[in-house]
Design a protein around this ligand. Structure first.
Ligand code: ASP
Length: 351
């Protein structure tokens, strides 16, 4: 355990409250759930005091439903972590579930040489409700953020999502249920830990940053990116219009199966023309599980020949935030194409 700046040997955790269901209360007029303040949340979890930790809080001035998240909020979270990195053993980010996987992916790219836990959690039911999952999630996230191995090193040294029974790598996770307490899933990467009577960590699958370079945040994010979800009958006008949108730099194309798309000449022509003009198009499958194998079928080969690059087994959340991040670093299209095919922080299998 570190002796921290206060001289205490208790783990020191910083909780960052951004909003989300976990801290929401019902609006008496509309009946809709709306973000509330952090004190309300803490009043409902008296058990926190039984953890022998020193816990400090940072709260967004206006807590938000995570559907309102923007890169500026990711930058705000990142700034808080950077400003407090040396003073805390770990960080717990309380966040709505709707865009949690985007935030987790974005932060995982923005944080360079992270060697402390950043555990993101939230809940499906507000913390004030009798059957809330928020209390367990919050307590478990704090325990994970405080966990050290026998050498005194943090067990988790990456951005992770803790939800109900599992700890996932943040940039591998997707919200798969709006109803189930186990709301997140990671179909292409194993869980980092299973939460039961105890917390069983799987150290062999955890991310470790090599070397000893200091922690550093890369803040740039460029939002000139878009999704293009393919479907049978997709319209030529729409495709040409989207791919020639002013300022657009990168597109995540959500393809069929192992990376296949329409073989119509107009489609491949539109894609090739856009790429020739400098657009980066990344092929990510609509399937939750598996990877893009562009040369397996002729329907994928055509895309590859047109210059679409493989997103391998990236989640669509990781793919779009990675594009934003890479363009945000001032990279050229050619540089982004190369970087997209390499893992930055364990978000994809390069094979
Ligand atoms: N709409 C909420 C949010 O993302 C849902 C949740 O927190 O579970 O903020």
């Amino acid at each position: 355990m570190n002796t921290n700046t206060t001289g205490s040997t208790r783990p020191r955790i910083l909780m960052i409250y951004t909003g989300g269901t976990i801290g929401m209360k019902e609006n008496v007029e509309t009946g809709a759930l709306e973000p509330f303040d952090f004190n309300h949340l803490l009043e409902n979890v008296p058990r926190i005091k039984r953890l022998a930790y020193d816990i400090d809080n940072y709260q967004f001035e206006d807590p938000i439903d995570s559907s309102a998240m923007e890169p500026a909020h990711w930058q705000q979270i990142a700034r808080v972590v950077e400003n407090n990195y040396d003073s805390y053993d770990g960080f717990v980010v309380l966040h709505g579930t709707d865009t949690m996987a985007y935030t987790a992916s974005a932060l995982s790219f923005m944080f360079e040489n992270l060697r402390k836990p950043v555990v993101i959690t939230g809940s499906q039911l507000p913390i004030g409700e009798v059957r809330t999952d928020g209390e367990e999630n919050l307590i478990t996230a704090l325990q994970i953020a405080a966990a050290k191995d026998l050498n005194g090193e943090p067990v988790v040294q990456e951005v992770a999502i803790l939800f109900e029974d599992y700890l996932w790598r943040g940039n591998r996770a997707t919200k798969h249920s709006s109803d189930n307490f186990n709301a997140f899933k990671s179909s292409n990467y194993p869980r980092l830990a299973k939460v039961g009577l105890g917390i069983t960590y799987r150290r062999e699958v955890m991310w470790r940053n090599p070397g000893h370079d200091p922690f550093h945040v890369k803040y740039g994010m460029d939002t000139n990116v878009a999704y293009m979800d393919l479907f049978p009958g997709i319209n030529e006008n729409f495709v040409r219009h989207l791919l020639s949108a002013p300022g657009l730099k990168g597109v995540v194309m959500k393809t069929f199966g192992s990376g296949n798309g329409p073989t119509a000449p107009w489609f491949l022509d539109a894609v090739k023309k856009a790429i020739d003009k400098g657009l980066v198009i990344v092929n990510v499958s609509q399937c939750e599980n598996g990877t893009v194998l562009p040369t397996r079928y002729g329907a994928g080969f055509g895309l590859e020949k047109a210059g679409v690059i493989s997103g391998h087994d990236l989640t669509s959340e990781a793919a779009i935030t990675k594009l934003m991040f890479l363009f945000g670093q001032g990279m050229s299209s050619d540089e982004v194409k190369v970087a997209m095919e390499h893992s930055l922080s364990g978000e994809m299998n390069e094979q």
